[in-house]
Design a protein around this ligand. Structure first.
Ligand code: 1CP
Length: 366
């Protein structure tokens, strides 16, 4: 069944993502629905995080909060969910511990541990396991009434492998590195399995109403250039190749695909050839250098203000916005740029400072 939704009134993000010239650069920020918003805490109350993800009414309410608050400034919604729903669909237990982050009570220890075999052999019916994500997307599209497009997402295979073997966040990546250096073949088999589920999950999000998709490789920068080539890039490429095929098979139109390989600045040139329309960049990139590296390839850049500037003065926000506007050559090019932060907005930001950031981009680009 395909759904019918109200026509889109603001398609700026989609036009920009397809590489078209636009009247101003579209804006949204990663983690825009989240802990820096007082209304988020109010709506979430003391519910468990994954319970919110699994309840379409709540997930759609949280998705819409930044759209209501920043109406007229924000050009996309991103569905309230998490990258860790794929490991859950693969049969792993994942909890969200308040103020600590994700916790897997039984991470994958080694290929000999029975759990690896179980995860690898399990036939995952994504439509059944993650049906609540698709219901949340469809409900959100109805509630959006065409105000802005809705982005679906998944975690990149490498980033998901890190969580599945570490059991949560980490600073040293002991287990992830043990897997790639000790058990490279088993790590690759797992990465392949995750990649196939990413394609399924993204395709079903599009079927449910997502109008663009983003793949978050939050831990790309933990790999060396050589191991990024071996353990991340092939799987990002797999998703970019097979998602459009899967969409056609389902009788759906292709949507713009965004990849965010955080920290992998050394790989910008090759990541731009993986088949994604948009490459998201963190704040360690200099915009003018990026424009040079991309050259005349039809790649759109998303980013890349230091999220930390939102803890600075308004003058410093203006300065950072000016540097991006100039660096991305906006006045001359008027294409190829989607405004975002270089990573997710952090919990202690004052939402009014994000509003000021959006207003400054608007003032300096129209
Ligand atoms: O507004 C949005 O962006 C939509 C919702 C969204 C997205 C896109 C959430 C809600 N999570 C994500 C993606 C996600 N989840 C990523 C990729 C983006 C990034 O790098 O920031 C990652 C790494 C996760 C894993 C995760 N989930 C963490 C990080 C832990 C670590 O390893 O340091 C945390 C803290 C979460 C919980 C989470 N997910 C989302 C929210 C709003 C929260 C906070 C929950 C709460 O305490 O209320």
């Amino acid at each position: 069944m395909t759904h019918s939704f109200e026509p889109l009134q603001n398609d700026l993000l989609l036009r920009a993502a397809w590489g078209q010239k636009v009247e101003r650069p579209p804006m949204w920020v990663m983690r825009q629905a989240g802990r820096y918003l007082p209304e988020y805490h109010e709506a979430k109350a003391n519910r468990d995080f994954f319970e919110c993800c699994r309840t379409p009414e709540i997930a759609s309410t949280l998705t819409l909060q930044p759209i209501d608050r920043f109406a007229g400034l924000i050009d996309a919604a991103i569905i309230f969910s998490d990258i860790l729903v794929i490991p859950q669909a693969m049969g792993m237990d994942v909890q969200m511990v308040d103020k600590k982050g994700p916790h897997f009570p039984n991470p994958l220890k080694s290929p000999d541990d029975g759990q690896y075999a179980q995860v690898m052999e399990r036939q995952v019916d994504v439509s059944k396991e993650l049906g609540y994500v698709y219901d949340a997307i469809t409900m959100t599209r109805h509630k959006l009434k065409g105000r802005v497009p809705l982005i679906g997402f998944c975690g990149a295979p490498w980033t998901l492998l890190c969580y599945m073997v570490e059991g949560g966040g980490t600073k040293i990546f002991q287990h992830s590195k043990a897997w790639i250096y000790k058990y490279p073949n088993e790590a690759k088999a797992l990465l392949q399995k995750i990649s196939e589920l990413c394609v399924e999950h993204l395709a079903l999000q599009v079927k449910a109403g997502a109008q663009a998709v983003q793949v978050f490789d939050s831990w790309a920068g933990e790999l060396s250039p050589a191991s990024f080539k071996e353990f991340s890039e092939p799987y990002l490429a797999y998703i970019a190749k097979y998602l459009p095929l899967k969409l056609r098979e389902l009788g759906l139109d292709v949507v713009p695909m965004i990849v965010f390989p955080k920290g992998a600045w050394y790989a910008l040139d090759s990541v731009s050839n993986l088949g994604y329309n948009v490459v998201g960049l963190d704040w360690t990139h200099d915009p003018a250098e990026v424009v040079k590296t991309i050259g005349d390839r039809p790649i759109v850049i998303q980013g890349n203000a230091d999220p930390g500037v939102l803890y600075g003065s308004h003058a410093s926000i203006t300065e950072v916005v000016k540097k991006m506007v100039d660096g991305f050559g906006w006045a001359e090019r008027r294409r190829g740029w989607i405004v975002n932060l270089g990573h997710g907005i952090t919990p202690f930001v004052n939402p009014d400072d994000l509003k000021f950031f959006f207003q400054e981009v608007h003032r300096l680009t129209v």
